[in-house]
Design a protein around this ligand. Structure first.
Ligand SMILES: Cc1cc2nc3c(=O)[nH]c(=O)nc-3n(C[C@H](O)[C@H](O)[C@H](O)COP(=O)(O)OP(=O)(O)OC[C@H]3O[C@@H](n4cnc5c(N)ncnc54)[C@H](O)[C@@H]3O)c2cc1C
Ligand code: SF4
Ligand code: SF4
Length: 350
């Protein structure tokens, strides 16, 4: 374990902060600047939650799996899981607003409707570009956050705030693999806050995200046009696409790659291995999601939503599953190489 000095030397000074918002929402000596944590002043403590919860300090993946899934075992590419399938929202209206199949938003709406959770921590955006963590309690609030924002979002900070204040009731969370990792570290290592209020964690697949510096670049590309949706179509397209109110803008991915932060380059997790269930695209099939069912609670919840018609499902083809595993393993290998170069040896059991 460590404190702010170690957080600074092992994470912040090497640019490995993922901007999850965990530490900056805990401590007045830390602040978020352009989407990254900075230490304003050293508080002098040798140990702190800032270090413990950070997804880029020591991670004992096997221990976290044991605590969350009651087994340390996991597939080498996808982590611990029970099944992988295709899914989409039962309601066409949700599918139309969502990033891909609307599975995430449908599941959240079902959780609210059935009174399983009271607050959902999501990522919206006032301008479609810069992410804004939000607490959703109604259908409209959930639907106002559909779609993917590709800049790092400090949404774990919102969970921390609710837990510290004793507010929000039962909580659901949606986030990228690094955010899910921070949240699970918090859930497993925190001793005072009522972490049992975190009831549902939905992870998003993620290959990389963009630092906040990409915001200005995207603004310039949009030239005042209001964005409806960003997308990164699967290879070999090699494009970044913005659907706007005045048509589609696309440009080569190479133009934006320089905004991928070091924290994403060393990231090992493509499918949010510690989530209750994880959701991504189905490559080459529009309007559907790939879903990985993991925890017992996640499986039960998903099956209930399926029985009630909130989500529709179909089997995932064998070659698609193999491709997903391959992509996930590739990210793991690349992460190991990058960590070796940086001398960052924070991951155990990965
Ligand atoms: C940065 C990023 C990178 C991704 N990379 C991949 C990838 O490589 N491969 C792949 O298959 N899928 C990727 N995804 C996931 C994909 O874009 C969809 O979010 C996912 O398939 C769910 O689709 P849906 O139609 O169910 O989503 P919707 O029902 O539209 O819901 C989308 C949800 O995403 C949340 N969200 C949006 N932006 C962020 C953000 N910055 N941080 C945290 N949560 C956010 C919203 O709160 C919303 O609840 C990525 C997502 C993000 C945010
Ligand atoms: S990744 Fe999260 S916890 Fe770690 S330094 Fe950045 S904001 Fe803080
Ligand atoms: S690649 Fe990893 S570090 Fe980067 S946003 Fe995705 S999950 Fe987080």
């Amino acid at each position: 374990m460590g404190g702010p000095s170690e957080l600074h030397s092992k994470v912040l000074s090497s640019g490995l902060c993922t901007g999850c918002g965990a530490c900056t929402s805990i401590c007045p000596y830390l602040n978020a600047v352009e989407g990254r944590a900075v230490i304003l002043e050293f508080c002098g403590k040798e140990e702190g939650r800032c270090y413990t919860f950070c997804p880029r300090t020591e991670v004992d993946l096997q221990y976290l799996r044991e605590r969350i899934f009651e087994t340390g075992e996991g597939d080498p590419s996808l982590g611990f899981y029970s099944s992988v399938l295709k899914a989409r929202a039962g309601r066409e209206g949700i599918r139309k607003r969502a990033q891909y199949g609307g599975t995430v938003s449908s599941l959240l709406l079902y959780a609210l409707k059935k009174g399983k959770v009271d607050s959902i921590i999501l990522t919206g955006s006032p301008d479609g570009i810069y992410p804004e963590p939000r607490i959703a309690k109604t259908e409209e609030e959930v639907l106002s956050c559909t779609g993917s924002r590709y800049l790092l979002s400090p949404s774990v900070g919102e969970v921390v705030r609710l837990l510290r204040k004793g507010e929000g009731g039962r909580i659901a969370f949606v986030g990228t693999p690094c955010q899910v990792l921070a949240l699970r570290k918090l859930q497993v290592y925190e001793r005072e806050w009522e972490v049992s209020r975190i009831k549902l964690v939905i992870g998003l697949f993620c290959t990389w995200a963009l630092s906040h510096k990409a915001g200005e670049f995207l603004m310039a590309k949009l030239r005042g046009r209001k964005v409806r949706k960003f997308d990164i179509p699967p290879p070999p397209a090699n494009l970044f696409v913005a659907e706007t109110e005045n048509g589609r803008i696309e440009f080569p991915l190479e133009e934006i790659r320089s905004f991928i932060p070091p924290s994403c380059r060393i990231c090992f997790d493509m499918t949010a291995e510690l989530a209750d269930l994880s959701v991504g695209m189905v490559e080459g099939e529009e309007g559907w999601n790939t879903v990985i069912l993991r925890s017992a609670g996640g499986i039960e919840f998903f099956e209930e939503a399926r029985r009630e018609g909130e989500v529709e499902t179909a089997p995932l083809e064998g070659e698609r599953l193999e491709h997903l595993k391959e992509a996930s393993l590739t990210k793991r290998k690349r992460s190991a190489e990058e960590r070796e170069k940086l001398g960052a040896s924070y991951l155990r059991g990965g």
